[in-house]
Design a binder for this molecule. Sequence first.
Ligand code: KG4
Ligand code: ZN
Length: 334
Amino acid sequence: NEDIFVLGIETSCDETAASVVKNGKEIISNVVASQIESHKRFGGVVPEIASRHHVEQITIVIEEALQQANLAPAELSAVAVTEGPGLVGALLVGVNAAKAFAFAHGLPLVGVHHIAGHIYANRLEQEMEFPLLSLVISGGHTELILMKEHGDFTVIGETRDDAAGEAYDKVARTLNLPYPGGPHIDRLAHQSVEAVDFPRVWLEEGSYDFSFSGLKSAVLNYMHNMKQRGETPVPEAVAAGFQNSVVEVVTAKTLRAAREFGVKQVIAAGGVAANKGLRKSLTETFEKENIPFFIPPLPLCTDNAAMIAAAGTVMYEKGLIGDMAMNGRPGMPL
Ligand code: KG4
Ligand code: ZN
């Protein structure tokens, strides 16, 4: 009945992060170095710049996480690292740091799927109940995932084109909003009383998949047509219309899946789960439905290493240990 302390490392995109988590549930330290300022002027994450920043930051961030936890490496049970998916050059920095650390201190090495991490961010707040439905919605993902027990993931629906966050960022760009655009669209949407009527994309009946590129194009066409006619679009109304469409479809599909699979808990994860409109809609929907619904606090919704340590702890307990042949896997399946 020894306590398990796992060091988590995350470098799959544009945050260099390290964290120590106790027993898969309790954050002891959580350090995130964001690169957002460096990518902002390019309007998106530049992979080469991301890798360089990770190289500069990784050692500092790991040391800081251990120092804040007041733990020596020998007191750790394992090292967990994001193995994929993500930018290959970015992943490699974290994987190599984790391998070196594990080798130097004789610790087991655990490779974690980034999305498993996003889901397990919830366990840092409350115990998970199964069957569990998870909505993972971020800049790279829009997925509905069913879990029957710890470490068991079935993707029941996913985006066929853009991720929701990607669509948010692209629509934001046409409205001349800074990157990342999601929070700005969210803010504008809440300032508006009117909303442009954009289509809802449901796909085939019964499908849990998503598609956001058609909606994105509808927004771009609307902007273009307004300009052609010499009219000025109202950014708040465009933002509200776009957000209404995303929120309505995502809420309806999540609810239908929760009913079909009789889940005991619904959780949301990923950067777009920070969206005020989506949070409100999901919270109200599942309150009415009487299914417990949770979204982790904002810093745990976006990329961090505590979620990787939390997911890694479950894998460690199941004996899913990696070895020194571990590599970054940009297209790693869940
Ligand atoms: O999970 P995340 O930090 O990174 C990954 O994609 O893995 O998510 C970032 C995404 C960006 O597309 C950003 O625009 C979006 O989350 N986002 C939001 C909001 N806050 C962040 N989208 C809509 N509303 C928000 N409030
Ligand atoms: Zn992420």
